[in-house]
Design a protein around this ligand. Structure first.
Ligand code: NIG
Ligand code: FE
Length: 388
């Protein structure tokens, strides 16, 4: 079964072979989808016939967003912590413990329902690929449960047992790292594609460079790809460790030294910026222009989680990136689609090249620029296609 999508006022392909610029923009375009994949892309005047036809009515179409960083398996609520931050309280990761307690206490069905509701909320806003981390269980059974539930809805699952040192290991971080790299990793690796660690020596709750290295190296031996929560609250070893170990992504990158930027520029690790976190923690934004000028590949993601950013909206991140980090609308859209795919080392999503997955998002607008131009307005949705 094939479907011809017409009425596309402006098509963003992220394929420089299809049109000008890194976005590969095609005006007055059409797309043919077959068996869930892109079969043809080009000017509407040259479109072939297909079994079905969908007219999107002179709207812009973009690749579905790739949200490469989210923490969706949790219970509880931290609205009061958010409220306190808005009146000046600082974020240091300490609030994670309350989500851990609520998550451990929640039955499977509650967690499953919450994850599915958040993924549906994302999809309704144009996100077609999402990475989901564990990290609110922090026991062998609770981390494995979180990853099993995440794997029901995405192949991009990340073991984050090294999120914080849980209360029962207070003052014994070395013992907890042994648990994470031993029995917890063994139970979680079958359900995970990635391993991640919150490397933040300045936080009393997170992990220093030595512990982060132990976690990442153990994950690699277990066959997992690497990602790092790096340099969120202060400059530290996370970014350079990520590059040295060829992690797919260093996430946050809010506090960078020149040596960090040089390392990212020389390596193949993507810098994933999460501006919703700076918004929701009232913190200074990362210097996206410094990274882009150095030639570092940049991704944007939501970090959707109950503590530092309870937003599932990639369009919101794009608007923040443009308004607060001086990214151009084109750079921000690329980072939220192709950049996210690069951060997950995927070539089949984040673009609309022939052969890629048929993940199309429609804007209630004539141009992708409206994503930042109309902040807070729900103009983007995933295009649901007839079943293959
Ligand atoms: O990406 N920094 C560590 N982890 C999350 C926050 C988790 C939480 O506060 O619940 C983050 O910001
Ligand atoms: Fe995070």
């Amino acid at each position: 079964m094939s479907t011809l999508v017409t009425g596309i006022a402006e098509l963003v392909t992220n394929d420089p072979a299809a049109g000008p610029g890194p976005l590969g923009v095609v005006p007055d375009a059409a797309v043919v989808v077959a068996d869930g994949a892109i079969a043809w892309v080009g000017p509407a005047s040259g479109a072939p016939e297909a079994d079905h036809r969908i007219d999107v009515g002179s709207r812009a179409v973009i690749p579905g967003f790739v949200d490469s960083h989210a923490h969706l398996v949790f219970a509880g609520d931290r609205a009061a912590e958010f409220e306190a931050r808005m009146s000046g309280a600082r974020y240091d990761g300490g609030g994670i413990a309350s989500t851990v307690a609520a998550t451990r206490a929640a039955p499977d069905e509650e967690l499953r329902g919450r994850v599915r509701a958040l993924v549906a909320e994302m999809r309704s806003q144009g996100t077609t690929t999402v990475e989901i981390k564990s990290g609110y269980g922090l026991t062998v059974a609770d981390e494995a449960r979180a990853l099993r539930l995440a794997a029901e809805v995405t192949p991009e699952t990340t073991f984050l047992g090294a999120h914080v040192v849980p209360g029962e290991y207070a003052g014994r971080p070395g013992d907890y790292v042994e648990l994470v790299t031993g029995p917890m990793l063994a139970a979680c690796a079958p359900h995970a594609r990635w391993i991640d660690v919150f490397c933040e020596p300045a936080s009393a709750h997170a992990f220093d460079g030595e512990a982060a290295r132990a976690v990442l190296e153990a994950g690699r031996v277990a066959g997992l790809g690497l990602r790092v929560h790096a340099n969120q609250l202060s400059a530290g070893p996370g970014v350079q460790l990520a590059v040295e170990l060829d992690a797919a992504s260093a996430d946050h990158c809010t506090h960078l030294t020149d040596a960090d930027v040089d390392a990212l520029a020389a390596g193949s690790t993507v810098a994933t910026l999460l501006p919703g976190v700076e918004f929701s923690t009232r913190s200074p934004y990362p210097d996206a222009r410094r990274l882009l000028s150095a030639g570092v590949p940049v991704a944007l993601a939501t970090d959707c989680n109950p503590g530092t950013c309870f937003s599932s909206s990639m369009a919101f991140c794009v608007a923040l990136a443009v308004r607060e980090m001086s990214m151009t609308p084109a750079e921000a859209l690329w980072a939220a689609t192709a950049g996210g795919a690069a951060a997950l080392r995927r070539r089949d999503v984040g673009n609309l090249r022939p052969g890629s997955r048929a993940d199309l998002a429609v804007l209630d607008a004539p141009s992708y620029r409206h994503l930042a131009y109309r902040p807070g307005v729900p103009i983007v949705r995933t295009l649901e296609l007839p079943p293959a």
